[in-house]
Design a protein around this ligand. Structure first.
Ligand code: ATP
Ligand code: MG
Length: 207
C-alpha cells in the first residue's frame, strides 16, 4: 500500500503572497503534523488577467515559488492554474483524492473564507474530501469565531478545525496599497518576493 501523507493545501490568489499565508501554513504543519503544505495559486479568469496594478498569473506563481523555496515542508501545486482561469475547490480535491486515496487533505483558510464558505461551489463535496483548518482573521471575536465553526459543522457534518494563530492584520490588498503609496513593506513579505516586485515594477499603478 502507498504511504499515507497528511497534506495541507492553501488556496489563494496570492497577489502577492505574504507572511499571513506563510505563518498559517507553518502553524498548520505543526499543529496537525502535516507532512507537506502545498500553496495552490488560483488562475484568474480571462477578464481578470493582466489587470493594471496587479501581477500576472505567471508572476503570482513566481512569487509563491520564491516564498516557499527555503521551507522543506512547503511546496507549490499548480492544479488550479487553468488556462481558462476557472477552477473549483471541490473538483480539485476530488481529483487529488482520486489520484491519492491514501492521503488525508487539510484545506487551510482564513475566517473570512469561512464566512463565505456556504457560497462556494458544492461546499458539501469539499467537506466530503478534506478537513477544513481555519485561522482567525479581521479581529473576529473568539465567541463569534467558535459559533461560526459550530454552525458550519452542523451544516456540512464536516471536520472544521481551529488553527491556533493570533489575529494577523495583513492582507494582499493592504500590501498593494502600501506599495503604491511608497510605504515600506519590509517584513510583510519575504525579501525575495519584495525584490521580485521591485524588479518587475508590479503594483506601482492603480488597479
Ligand atoms: P486580498 O486582500 O487580495 O483578498 P488576501 O490577503 O485575503 O488577499 P488571499 O490570496 O485572498 O489573500 O487569501 C488566501 C487565503 O488566505 C484565504 O483563505 C484567506 O482567508 C487567507 N488569509 C490571507 N491572509 C490572512 C491573514 N492575515 N489571516 C488569516 N487568513 C488569511
Ligand atoms: Mg482575500
Amino acid at each position: 500500500m502507498d504511504k499515507q501523507y497528511r497534506i495541507g493545501i492553501m488556496g489563494g490568489t496570492f497577489d502577492p503572497i505574504h507572511i499571513g499565508h506563510l505563518i498559517l501554513g507553518e502553524r498548520a504543519h505543526q499543529q496537525f503534523a502535516l507532512d507537506k503544505v502545498c500553496y495552490m495559486p488560483a488562475g484568474n479568469p480571462p477578464h481578470k488577467q493582466n489587470r493594471t496594478g496587479r501581477a500576472t498569473d505567471d508572476q503570482r506563481v513566481d512569487m509563491v515559488k520564491l516564498a516557499v523555496a527555503d521551507n522543506p515542508h512547503f511546496d507549490i501545486i499548480l492544479d488550479e492554474m487553468n488556462a481558462d482561469g476557472y477552477s473549483y475547490t471541490y473538483r480539485t480535491l476530488e481529483r487529488l483524492r482520486e489520484q491519492h486515496p491514501e492521503n488525508d487533505y487539510y484545506f487551510i483558510i482564513g475566517a473570512d473564507s469561512l464566512t463565505d464558505f456556504d457560497k462556494w461551489r458544492e461546499p458539501q463535496r469539499i467537506m466530503d474530501n478534506c478537513h477544513m483548518v481555519v485561522a482567525t482573521r479581521n479581529g473576529m471575536p473568539p465567541e463569534v469565531f467558535d459559533a461560526l465553526l459550530e454552525k458550519r459543522r452542523e451544516q456540512f457534518h464536516g471536520d472544521f478545525l481551529k488553527l491556533d494563530t493570533p489575529n494577523l492584520d495583513i492582507s494582499s490588498h493592504n500590501i498593494r496599497e502600501m506599495l503604491r503609496s511608497g510605504t515600506s513593506v519590509k517584513y510583510y513579505l519575504p525579501d525575495a518576493v519584495i525584490g521580485y516586485i521591485r524588479r518587475y515594477h508590479i503594483y506601482e499603478r492603480d488597479s
